[in-house]
Design a protein around this ligand. Structure first.
Ligand code: KG4
Length: 338
């Protein structure tokens, strides 16, 4: 029986998961509330919290899976991209444990793992698996990309943001409205009671499949600035409509390019991944596109939208089958290509 332990520590979630015989048996994540007071993740605090969380989280994941550490076949860990101090905690832990157990070590690219989360199989849960080639919209706090996935290891970024990521656009606009961090989920909630057509914000006009969200952010900011001059209570009185209109614009920008890419490449297997894939309007847009354009869509479970080790263990399983292991000398990387 092949037992893979996955370890994720790229940002502010410490997570460990066990996949046994191809099925996910546990996926334990400890978040870090410490950042809430700062309006964003504080890298130094994140790495300290990982250091505290990593042993209890791995212990709990093994316990829930009912797998002894001596029975592990390999350890997969997130090598990057992410915050260097955070990555170092998971990487060092994975190295130490793999060395002690004398089992292979598998390095995992966090972004590829988000895509491969769609291949996680759970017992007693229906899971339809995508087939290749597949288009994946990867949207998070740090990335907005359209990825052409030819196989589990052949992925080509065909479009990406030239400035802010979609999640960043949500978070920054939320901040100017005085909403707490991270703003994405708060906007999603407030938008449910709002009219998405109440305001109109500008959309970018850029060639190819690339995205841009900085113009939308500026357009949002200018609307607030102008309206606040007339009415100091403008934000408070229009919060729901502002959130709904902003959310609709982000979703339309994302779907316009994705639709174009799907049409040009003639692909109907379409997935969404990353933190922003939790957004209800984006999920709804995927369902509508499936009906209208005959897409076969893959929308992750909420537990797999945020950072999690299940996707790391799943990528590890693919690489294990290929004997694609890494050396103990491997070091984390903060950014792609670094
Ligand atoms: O993938 P992720 O957990 O980590 C980072 O890349 O940082 O994504 C976090 C991002 C944040 O920008 C957050 O505001 C956004 O995902 N997000 C959402 C929702 N849930 C999380 N954005 C819009 N609607 C949501 N429901």
């Amino acid at each position: 029986m092949i037992n893979i332990l996955g370890i994720e520590s790229s940002c502010d979630d410490t997570s460990a998961a066990v996949i046994s015989d191809g099925y996910l048996l546990s996926n334990v994540t400890a978040g870090q509330a410490v950042h809430e007071a700062y309006g964003g993740v504080v890298p130094e605090l994140a790495s300290r919290a990982h250091q505290q969380n990593i042993i209890p989280v791995v212990h709990e994941a093994l316990k829930r899976a009912n797998v002894r550490k001596e029975d592990l076949s390999a350890i997969a860990f997130t090598r990057g991209p992410g915050l260097m101090g955070s990555l170092m905690v998971g990487t060092s832990f994975a190295k130490g444990l793999a060395q002690a157990l004398d089992i292979p070590l598998i390095d995992v690219n966090h972004l590829q793992a988000h895509v491969l989360a769609h291949f996680v199989k759970e017992k007693y849960a229906e899971s339809k698996q995508p087939t290749f080639p597949l288009l994946c919209l990867l949207v998070s706090g740090g990335n907005s990309q359209i990825i052409l996935v030819k196989s589990y290891k052949e992925m080509q970024v065909i479009g990406q943001t030239i400035d802010d990521a979609a999640g960043e656009a949500f978070d920054k606009c939320a901040k100017v409205m005085g909403l707490p961090y991270p703003g994405g989920p708060v906007i999603d909630r407030l938008a449910k009671e709002g009219n998405p057509r109440a305001f109109k914000f500008s959309k970018p006009q850029i060639a190819g499949f690339d995205y841009s969200f900085s113009g939308l952010k500026t357009s949002f900011l200018y609307t607030l600035r102008d309206r606040l001059k007339e009415n100091p209570h403008f934000i408070e009185e229009n919060k729901n409509d502002l959130c709904a209109a902003l959310q609709l614009t982000v979703v339309e920008i994302l779907m316009d390019k994705l639709r174009r890419a799907a049409k040009e490449l003639r692909i109907k297997e379409i997935a969404v991944a990353g933190g922003v894939s939790a957004n209800s309007a984006l999920r709804e847009a995927f369902v509508q596109h499936a009906e209208k354009y005959g897409w076969n869509v893959f929308i992750p479970k909420f537990a797999f939208t945020t950072d999690n080790a299940a996707m790391i263990a799943q990528t590890g399983l693919f690489k294990y089958a290929d004997g694609d292991f890494c050396e103990i000398t491997e070091v984390p990387f903060a950014r792609v290509g670094v």
